[in-house]
Structure formats: structure tokens, C-alpha cells
Ligand binder design. Structure first.
Ligand code: TRP
Length: 352
């Protein structure tokens, strides 16, 4: 089967460690493995506008920020096409037709949308566009014949809804137009939903509990030192809890055995470190400094690359422009197939 990969992010802020382990790491792996026909990363500005209609500048300014985050994290523009959602207008047209195949009740049941509605406190004033964004996301995915969608756990309901829309379309119009997409989650469970620094919820821009890929070294350190651990682990000698402890969750996500050799040679691996913490006698400062070393090692090259890329913003816009044009050509073909399948081929008898 053809392997076509597509994923994306809303440009409402810079990418953080949750994005990194949740999806960017898998993108880098797929990029290195190769063997795909096409690999798209979409900057989802249209989706970002569904709850930022009055804040266009924020979305606009973050488009290039997110593109720089991708490239500095190692996405190779020769292997992956990064494009802008709103610059592929076919997606909006596809969304219109898909809207007729989905009920309001079904949209209201989408668990991710439900969580987001609560978080944003929309109450009775939910923008229609926001409620419908899973439908537009289905268009993003189906327009390109996507078979693999590397995402974090919170996006599973969107992929499920996309598959439902595909089935309804095929059964309603009796023609197979679309390929079925599958989500690709990170191998480790902690990575699919990385907890925020406060330990209370997932890492999220809107909750202010993030370490950003672009954070300066002192900022990273200060955030790590403030991370939530075990509130009952007061004295170093007290036994500590590893579960629900943000530092250990991050170690689960980021630590490799080789890090011990470099930064904490008294232990062979994470299991030994956890055992010591559980028993008592291991202080929070020590584990935080260890985590800080690991994160600094990951983030330093990303930060350096970002500084290089920032010197030529025009080149980034040019890349986005070219890729969006190409993406629009691909989406136009799918849209044509889709309209033909629906019988919206009014002019087929016209002699040109
Ligand atoms: N919903 C995704 C997010 O919030 C962004 C997104 C839009 C997306 N369209 C997509 C992700 C298509 C994967 C595939 O980050």
C-alpha cells in the first residue's frame, strides 16, 4: 500500500516538549525511515482561527514560528512538504460537503472537542466553526490520500471521525474515493500525553505549564526546578512516589541509559534511580538536575539551528508558498474525484 503521511499543528504558539515527544519525534523517525510516497506537515491556521477569530495576528505570527520549530527540530524540507492550511482552499470546499454527512450530536460527542470546550469556557456561545473543526480536519487528512497520521493521543477521536466520514461518504455516494488513515501514536504511553510542569493536566500552551523548544537554557532549568514532584517527599530520607511525579514522567519520556553514564554514573538505569527514590534517600534536586542535563542536551542543537533559520525568514515564507501551491494541486484532484462521485459533474457534456 502507498504510504502517505500527513500531520499538523495549530499555529497558536511555539512548539513545546509535549509536541516533541507526542508527534515530532515520530515524524523524525518516519522521515529517516523513508519509503513513503509523500510526507506533509500542515500548519493548521484555519483550525487555529476557529477559536481565535478576533486574534488573527497571533495565528499569523505563529505560522512562521511553528515552521521554524519544525525545521530546527530536524524536519528536512527536502523530505517533507510543510504547507499552510488556509492556502489550500480546496480543503474548505471539501469541508462543506462533509458537513452534510455529520450530525451535531456526533460533533458534541467528540471527547477532545468536549474537553476543549470546557477549557475555553465557551458555555452557550460555541463558534460553529469550532464545533465543526473535526470535519475540516477530516478534509485535511482525506484530501491527500493520507494513510498515516503521526499524532498524540488527544487526536485519536479526530482520526476516528475521519474514518466515519469516509465510510459515510462511500456508502452514500457508492464510490470509493478516499484512502483510510491510521493514527501513529508514540511507542511510550507517557509520550502520547505528556503531563505539564504542574502535574495537573497535559502540557498545553493555554495552561502555561510548558517547556518550549525555543526556551533559553536558564529558562529550561528554572522550569525543571519548579516541576511538581511528590508533595509528601519532604525530607531527602522520606520514601518518594514516582507515579504522578512530573520529573519521573519526563525521565520516562526522555531518558536513555546512556544519559546515566554522562550525568549520573552512580546509577545504571532509570529503574535503579526509581528504586532509590521509592526507598528514600534521594532528593528532588538531584533528579531535577539530572533531567535538566538531559533536556539541555536535547534542546541545545534545536536552539542553535533556530538562530540560524531566523536570519532568513523570507526563505521560510517562500518554502511555505511553494509547498502550499503544490498541496493545493493535489487537493484539487481529490476534490474533483469527490464531486464526480457525488454527481456534481454538471458540465461533463459540454463540448469545449
Ligand atoms: N488538531 C491538530 C492539533 O490541534 C491540528 C491538525 C489539523 C491536524 N489538521 C490536522 C493534525 C490533520 C493531524 C492531521 O494540533
Amino acid at each position: 500500500m502507498k504510504k502517505i503521511i500527513l500531520t499538523g499543528d495549530r499555529p497558536t504558539g511555539n512548539l513545546h516538549l509535549g509536541h516533541y515527544v507526542g508527534s515530532v519525534a515520530n515524524r523524525l523517525k518516519l522521515q529517516e525511515e523513508g519509503g513513503y510516497e509523500k510526507f506533509y506537515i500542515m500548519i493548521a491556521d484555519t483550525q487555529a482561527l476557529t477559536d481565535n477569530a478576533d486574534n488573527v495576528d497571533k495565528v499569523k505570527n505563529n505560522i512562521v514560528q511553528v515552521a521554524i520549530d519544525y525545521l530546527s527540530a530536524g524536519i528536512d524540507p527536502n523530505k517533507v512538504d510543510i504547507f499552510i492550511q488556509s492556502q489550500v482552499p480546496e480543503l474548505a470546499e471539501m469541508t462543506m460537503y462533509f458537513m452534510n454527512l455529520v450530525t451535531v450530536a456526533r460533533l458534541n460527542r467528540n471527547p477532545t472537542v468536549k474537553d476543549e470546550l470546557k477549557l475555553r469556557g465557551f458555555n452557550a456561545s460555541i463558534p460553529v466553526g469550532f464545533l465543526c473543526y473535526p470535519i475540516s480536519q477530516a478534509a485535511d487528512i482525506l484530501a491527500f490520500g493520507t494513510t498515516i497520521v503521526p499524532v498524540g493521543e488527544d487526536q485519536l477521536p479526530m482520526i476516528e471521525q475521519t474514518r466515519e466520514i469516509l465510510r459515510t461518504f462511500h456508502s452514500t455516494y457508492g464510490k470509493e474515493v478516499f484512502a483510510a488513515p491510521n493514527a501513529l501514536l508514540p511507542e511510550k504511553k507517557v509520550c502520547g500525553r505528556l503531563v505539564g510542569l504542574d502535574g495537573a493536566a497535559k502540557m498545553s500552551k493555554s495552561l502555561g505549564n510548558c517547556i518550549f523548544l525555543k526556551d533559553e537554557p536558564e529558562v529550561v532549568k528554572q522550569k525543571v526546578m519548579s516541576a511538581y514532584t511528590d508533595p509528601n517527599h519532604i525530607k531527602v530520607t522520606d520514601p518518594g512516589k514516582v507515579e504522578g511525579n512530573v520529573v519521573f514522567e519526563y525521565l520516562d519520556a526522555f531518558c536513555k541509559d546512556e544519559h546515566f553514564g554522562r550525568y549520573l554514573p552512580e546509577y545504571a538505569n532509570l529503574e535503579e534511580l526509581k528504586a532509590h527514590y521509592r526507598k528514600g534517600g534521594l532528593g528532588d534536586v538531584k533528579i531535577k538536575l539530572f533531567l535538566n542535563n538531559i533536556l539541555q542536551e536535547l534542546l541545545e542543537p534545536i536552539r542553535q539551528k533556530r538562530k540560524e533559520l531566523e536570519k532568513n525568514i523570507d526563505a521560510i515564507y517562500e518554502m511555505l508558498f511553494e509547498n502550499s501551491k503544490k498541496a493545493s494541486e493535489v487537493a484539487a484532484k481529490t476534490l474533483k474525484n469527490m464531486k464526480d462521485a457525488m454527481g456534481l459533474d454538471y458540465y461533463k457534456f459540454l463540448k469545449k
